[in-house]
Write a protein that binds this ligand. Sequence first.
Ligand SMILES: [Zn+2]
Ligand SMILES: [Zn+2]
Length: 266
Amino acid sequence: MNYRNYARKCLKRYEEELGNGDDERLKYAALELRMSMEALTYDRALAYKDEFPPAEYETWQPRKVMTVLLDIDPTADKDSSFAFGEEEEYGVPAQVMRSLGSEKVLNMATLRKHYDALGNYLHVQSMKQVRAGKSLDFGKIRFRCEEIAAFVRAVLVSPVFNVTLGSFATMECVECRKPVRKRIPYGQEIVEVECYECHASYLIVDKGNNNVEWQPQQYEVECANGDCTHKIVVWLHELEVGKSWICPSCNGRNTFALGIRYEAVQ
Ligand SMILES: [Zn+2]
Ligand SMILES: [Zn+2]
């Protein structure tokens, strides 16, 4: 499925429905417009398929997808522009920068603002609204639709799209061997990341000079049998009250439980 093309088709059908001028057709125009926004959201998600596998969001609503996109990459809702130039002197920005165009990204704020509003036009008026004598303001709906369509159009004609820039740290998960990737936001020294496959978690620590260190969120736990000193290693997500394991050394069962520590106070 090429979501970008699909968004284009929806927009075209929207224009046809709207151009018809029939107020009763407005809801179909709004529906097509809303679907084009949904298609753009999924299109954006596909750009992050390494960090955000489609299997994770296949059944989600676009709004939820966008929320997760923002978590992976806090810049996902910002428009970006790109320029390059030749440095005459190493490390000194080039005098002439050539623009590669700018990317209009379907941003969360716009999505929130318009998405529900469009949804409201797709329902029959409630009995309360009818009783209150509120009639649908077709002019207002039409205006709102055009406002949203202008935004969708700008995203669709953008020459550069779905580029995910930034420094990504990549590592093979020590638990399941699947790749784990995370964008390191500029200026952030510690980033938490979780393996999508097995939920093992890591801290990525910026060590400077483009070096990062992956620290598995693991803990050594000693067998609670006083006569046994065997230790096992558990992941942060495995540290849970009620979880238990059989000690391979003494064969006893250990279970995580809440405890109380006592200290005398003078
Ligand atoms: Zn893993
Ligand atoms: Zn033991």
